[in-house]
Ligand binder design. Structure first.
Ligand code: FES
Length: 155
């Protein structure tokens, strides 16, 4: 089937999409958007987190066919022109990116958290990011990144 999804503000078509194909596969393999990562494919690790109609979702668990006519925002759509989003910059500045595999999902989840909660507590940060696994950082630098981003966004 042919589907059209608005991705990062642009309508993008994909042809020959199989009914069971995931949104993650279509984004990465048919729409040339490899930012969302493919790791567990079971909705457990969070590395494929994208916004679907403004709500974070694991793209590996969503059938692409269900996304016809809907809005998806990926990590590639967080920045503003040449400027990294403050969440992205904070992850870089605090050393919260090591291998980077978890980073796109964490960026989307953090962006969502800070859009809802200006100054989250550590408990709120941990709860919001509980679905995003990181094998490298021990999470402390990620917490530092979220706190720094919150400070910068609150200005
Ligand atoms: Fe490697 Fe998180 S930076 S999994």
């Amino acid at each position: 089937m042919r589907i059209t999804i608005t991705v990062n503000g642009n309508p993008i078509e994909a042809d020959d999409v199989w009914e069971g194909e995931s949104l993650l596969f279509v984004l990465r393999e048919r729409m040339a958007l490899p930012g969302s990562k493919n790791a567990c494919e079971q909705g457990e690790c969070g590395s494929c987190t994208v916004y679907l109609d403004g709500v974070p979702a694991c793209a590996c668990l969503v059938a692409a066919g269900q996304c016809q006519g809907r809005e998806v925002r990926t990590v590639e759509g967080l920045h503003d022109g040449d400027q990294l989003h403050p969440v992205q910059q904070a992850f870089l500045d605090t050393g919260a990116v090591q291998c980077g595999f978890c980073t796109p999902g964490l960026l989307v989840a953090t962006h969502d958290l800070l859009g809802r909660t200006e100054r989250p507590s550590d408990g709120e940060i941990r709860e919001a990011l509980a679905g995003n696994l990181c094998r490298c950082t021990g999470y402390e630098k990620i917490l530092d990144a979220v706190r720094l981003a919150a400070d910068r966004l609150a200005g």
